[in-house]
Design a protein around this ligand. Structure first.
Ligand code: AMP
Length: 283
């Protein structure tokens, strides 16, 4: 695996492959890699000739009081995992390489749809940071395909929309959610969960599943289900950020006759904010 810290270095290396007609796959990450990230890399390995991964903890997508400074950075271990997974190129830029003119005056990409609800409501500016950095990374790597996890359902939806709206020549592929044996969705932020909280945090997934079962059984009073789902989380001792029954495509509140529904949830532990989601198709 070749490692680049500069835009020009990576670009030069990839130009050769692009000119040679090879298919370039790209997996953007913030590092502290777990099996979920590695599954994305392996998925890219299957469909692409060249696999590029990036590790960049993007300050632009963190709020002022969020965890940018304490976000777990495990570069050496990550490199080993990427090598084992068959990654060809790692892009690991410094902040000043990505934002040479500083964050405040950085040109931004704004996606006005789907970005101020759910995670966007509690993390103002978050998705603007995501769409901006993903656009920059796409321009640097110029991949044929980029792989994103369904774990971050709203992020995936926003990026798909951005790519469509801005005619970006990249195919977006979704990867399934990787989970711990008890069902907790893997996340770099799971390291913030305390030993005491750990057996209980699966309540987030269980609440989404409970809501899904009720809908499959014919229940259509979604706001009642949302309230009941949130109550389960509260009863387990956690604070809910949101639990919504949404239209899978638009992320608007689901209508009674919607056939494709996604239940999304976010909750706070003492030190972490955890998210999860579950999609169902009705007949
Ligand atoms: P992050 O490093 O958290 O920004 O995530 C980088 C990519 O990995 C994103 O596309 C995430 O959706 C994806 N990802 C994170 N956690 C998981 C997981 N548990 N299963 C599948 N993909 C994931």
């Amino acid at each position: 695996m070749r490692i680049f810290h500069t835009v020009s270095g990576l670009r030069d290396a990839l130009t050769v492959h692009r000119r040679g007609g090879l298919r370039i796959g790209f997996v953007p990450t913030m590092g502290n890699l777990h099996d979920g990230h590695i599954a994305l890399v392996k998925q890219a390995r299957e469909t692409c000739d060249i696999v590029v991964c990036s590790i960049f903890v993007n300050a632009l997508q963190f709020g002022l009081n969020e965890d940018w400074d304490k976000y777990p950075r495990t570069y050496e271990t990550d490199c080993g995992k990427l090598r084992d997974a068959g990654c060809d190129y790692l892009f690991h830029p410094e902040d000043r390489e990505m934002y040479p003119n500083g964050l405040d005056t950085q040109s931004r990409v704004i996606c006005p749809t789907m970005t101020d609800v759910l995670c966007g409501a509690s993390r103002p500016g978050h998705f603007e940071g995501v769409t901006t950095v993903v656009t920059k990374l796409f321009n640097i790597v110029q991949p044929d395909e980029a792989i994103f996890g369904i774990k971050d359902y709203q992020q995936l939806a926003v990026i798909r929309r951005m790519v469509e709206d801005l005619c970006m020549p990249v195919e977006i592929t979704a990867a399934e959610i990787h989970r711990e044996p008890d069902g907790l969705a893997m996340s770099s932020r799971n390291s913030y969960i305390t030993a005491e909280e750990r057996p209980k945090v699966v309540v987030l997934k269980q609440s989404l599943e409970w809501v899904a079962e009720q809908i499959k059984a014919g229940q259509r009073n979604f706001s009642e289900l949302e309230t009941a789902g949130k109550r389960r989380i509260t009863e387990a001792g956690f604070k809910t950020d949101y639990l919504t029954v949404s239209n899978s495509k638009t992320l608007n509140p689901a209508a009674e006759d919607d056939k494709e529904i996604t239940i999304l949830g976010a909750m706070y532990t003492g030190g972490a904010r955890l998210i999860d989601n579950l999609s169902i198709k009705l007949k």
